[in-house]
Design a protein around this ligand. Structure first.
Ligand code: NAD
Ligand code: UDP
Ligand code: UDP
Length: 316
């Protein structure tokens, strides 16, 4: 049993991670400033003696005693991270410095939730960990992409300079229950639009691709990464390598939800990557991991979650 800090623990991925850590018998300290996360995501855990929820912004120092740190704090969807871009960069950079300082004082193992966005709009397909990426340093997505890149730099410099036990995972598009209904992400947008009978908004020609990983698969990979041997730092890609065009996704969601929504085209956002697919050979080899949940099955769970949310009157 370990005491484990999860920053961003009231968010989409963080709350599922808290569930799994508690189920495995660990003590969990969930730290979140509730910018995009919500108490509702961890409401079922409140009151448990092995779970503590703390409102805190990771851009400020944090003095607690833990054995492992999962650093997930950071808004993840373009609408949220572009809302206050300076705060987004601060969260990635100052947040990493503070969590690394904490890990250094405690000699604690620390895992960074990095992102496929470090590859930018890639010329290499699928993306392998050795690829350095093609990122615009001054665009609308840069606060997120460059913030996460700098966080990786800090993790590796703390590792080299202070012998810190670091783990870095690069997460590709992930979906599932507890996604935000209004975060503008393609999976939540399409499901919410289909459930409301609104038009499905396909950006650009809809032939751009993404690979979608179900949250349970993703959390399993993060847990396995935290348990790898000391000295294995990553970065490791985690995501689902099965690639879909946005048109295919729209049609699948429409088929699963039913209803009368039409597909309409909207302009493609700036710097929108054309293609994204993880090469997960390293994760297969080092973590013995590969995704298990097919898109159709994961979408059914996610659709059921949004139906419940709307039936309860939330975010309608
Ligand atoms: P999310 O927005 O649901 O969760 C992020 C959490 O961090 C929220 O609870 C938010 O309130 C909290 N937070 C934000 N700024 C904070 C701050 N300054 N101090 C403390 N807490 C703060 O997003 P998510 O999808 O769960 O993403 C979790 C992590 O995984 C993020 O670091 C994100 O960059 C990374 N990631 C996610 C995806 C994905 O597809 N969901 C893909 C790549 C990387
Ligand atoms: N820090 C923290 N909690 C700790 C230890 C450090 O939040 O338990 C913060 C501290 O505020 C500092 C940052 O982590 O700004 C980096 O710490 P480090 O020891 O690497 O740097 P220094 O304190 O020497 O600047
Ligand atoms: N997208 C879309 N309609 C929407 C929302 C997104 O066609 O309502 C497209 C978007 O342009 C992008 C893809 O879906 O090509 C994935 O977008 P998302 O914001 O979910 O993730 P990211 O671009 O960060 O991978």
């Amino acid at each position: 049993m370990n005491r484990i800090l999860v920053t961003g623990g009231a968010g989409f991925l963080g709350s599922h991670l808290c569930d799994r850590l508690l189920a495995a018998g660990h003590d969990v300290l969930c730290v979140d400033n509730f910018f995009t996360g919500t108490k509702k995501n961890v409401a079922h855990l409140l009151g448990r003696p092995d779970f503590e929820l703390m409102r805190h912004d990771v851009t400020f120092p944090l003095y607690v005693e833990v054995d492992h740190i999962f650093n997930l704090a950071c808004p993840a969807s373009p609408v949220h991270y572009q809302h206050d871009p300076v705060q987004t960069t601060k969260t990635s950079v100052h947040g990493a410095i503070n969590m690394l300082g904490l890990a250094k004082r405690l000699r604690a193992r620390i895992l960074q939730a990095s992102t496929s966005e470090v590859y930018g709009d890639p010329e290499m397909h699928p993306q392998r960990e050795e690829y350095w990426g093609r990122v615009n340093p001054i665009g609308f997505r840069s606060c997120y992409d460059e913030g996460k890149r700098c966080a990786e730099t800090l993790f590796f410099d703390y590792h080299r300079q202070h012998d810190l036990d670091i783990k870095v995972v690069r997460i590709f598009n992930t979906y599932g229950p507890r996604m935000h209904p209004n975060d503008g992400r393609v999976v939540s947008n399409f499901i919410v639009q289909a459930l409301r009978g609104e038009d499905i908004t396909l950006y650009g020609d809809g032939r751009q691709t993404r690979s979608f990983c179900y949250v349970d698969d993703l959390v399993e990979a993060m847990l396995r990464m935290m348990d790898t041997r000391r000295g294995f730092t990553g970065p490791v890609n985690i995501g689902n390598p099965v690639e879909f065009t946005m048109i295919e996704l729209a049609e699948l969601v429409l088929r699963l939800v039913g209803g009368a929504s039409r597909i309409v085209h909207r302009p493609l956002p700036a710097d929108d990557p054309r293609q994204r697919q993880p090469d997960i050979a390293l994760a297969r080899e080092e973590l013995g991991w590969q995704p298990r949940v097919a898109l159709e099955d994961g979408l059914k769970e996610t659709i059921a979650y949004f139906r419940r949310l709307f039936a309860e009157g939330h975010a309608a």
